[in-house]
Write a protein of this length. Structure first.
Length: 328
């Protein structure tokens, strides 16, 4: 049983990940930490967690936990992932782990010198939805893949929300732009060679609020747009020479709609809808992490994978500064 400590009372933890850990096999939440001891105790009582700490440092030195889940603001992820690893704890850190690819190098060094597991929390890579899409593309169900098209948008102009605060690592690309890039790389096993991009920033917040991206993978192209100030939408389409696959509500299927994959042939004379019943993507993520932390050979998101995805994101920001291709 992997004993988790939760570093902060952030919403994603209390609403999604803590319930997933409590529901998962081979994992349990043993302690919750906050800079406000009363908040930590209140959240611990809500989930019947036995221990609460009034500082993150107290949690990290505790022998009551084996692993740490970090849902802190993005700008603090690298710092606390390193501190947790140096305390001998396994680390599951919310995405994005970092705001620059080279910042992940220090996390990798901390992982290696302490012999712990550190993984970025891309829950989508553990779902049967995305496992199925990867299998369909690999077996040639759509022929030769030529184009991937994606969108992810929601509306949020709350000035107090960390997504709208540059100093905390806010912005649309760090928050959700990482999903089309990670899932495309996950499905194809390929890396982008070059990228073009447009980035629009909010005049009040200074954060990026819209981006349109075109990436050249050599054998195929990826195009996607993301926004924090558009109507809610999620979609991913893999289009090949013999058919296409559309992933419905691809990133938050449990909250945005049905967990479905639709395959259609080239002539649209045949189609198939594959439905998945409440796959509980956060629970699957936790269970895979727990098994990997105990030494089992389980596919997880490695730091090397995280660094490659962040290198992609870094290139998007560079490309947005000029009107030409940028090498990834």
């Amino acid at each position: 049983m992997l004993r988790f400590g939760i570093l902060s009372t952030a919403r994603i933890g209390r609403e999604l990940v803590i319930p997933a850990i409590q529901d998962a096999e081979h994992a349990v939440v043993t302690a919750i930490a906050s800079r406000d001891a009363a908040k930590a105790r209140a959240l611990a009582d809500r989930f019947s967690v036995p221990h609460a700490f009034g500082s993150y440092e107290e949690l990290l030195v505790s022998d009551l936990i084996d692993a740490v889940y970090i849902p802190l603001p993005t700008a603090q992820h690298v710092e606390w992932a390193i501190k947790a690893a140096d305390a001998g704890k396994h680390v599951l850190c919310e995405k994005p782990l970092a705001l620059r690819a080279d910042a992940i190098d220090a996390v990798m060094e901390a992982r290696d010198r302490n012999g712990v597991l550190v993984s970025e929390a891309y829950m989508v890579t553990y779902t049967p939805v995305w496992q199925k899409v990867r299998a369909l593309v690999a077996e040639g169900a759509i022929g030769r893949l030529r184009h991937v098209q994606g969108s992810f948008a929601y509306f949020n102009r709350d000035p107090a929300n960390m997504r709208n605060i540059p100093e905390l690592g806010g912005g649309v690309l760090p928050d959700i732009g990482v999903y089309p890039t990670m899932t495309t790389r996950f499905v194809t096993g390929m890396e982008p060679e070059r990228v073009q991009a447009v980035v629009e920033r909010d005049p009040d917040f200074g954060t990026d609020i819209y981006s349109s991206v075109k990436a050249d993978f050599g054998a195929f192209e990826l195009s996607f747009y993301v926004s924090t100030q558009m109507a809610n939408r999620q979609s991913m389409v893999f289009h090949g020479t013999e058919g296409f696959i559309e992933v419905k509500s691809p990133f938050n299927a449990d909250r945005w709609g049905a967990e479905e994959v639709e395959w259609s042939n080239r002539a649209h004379t045949e189609s198939r809808i594959i439905r998945f019943q409440d796959s509980r993507q956060y629970r699957l993520e936790v269970e895979a992490f727990a098994r990997a932390a105990t030494g089992e050979a389980v596919e997880i998101v490695t730091l090397e994978n995280s660094r490659a995805n962040q290198r992609f994101m870094d290139a998007i920001f560079r490309a947005a500064r000029h009107d030409r291709w940028e090498v990834v």
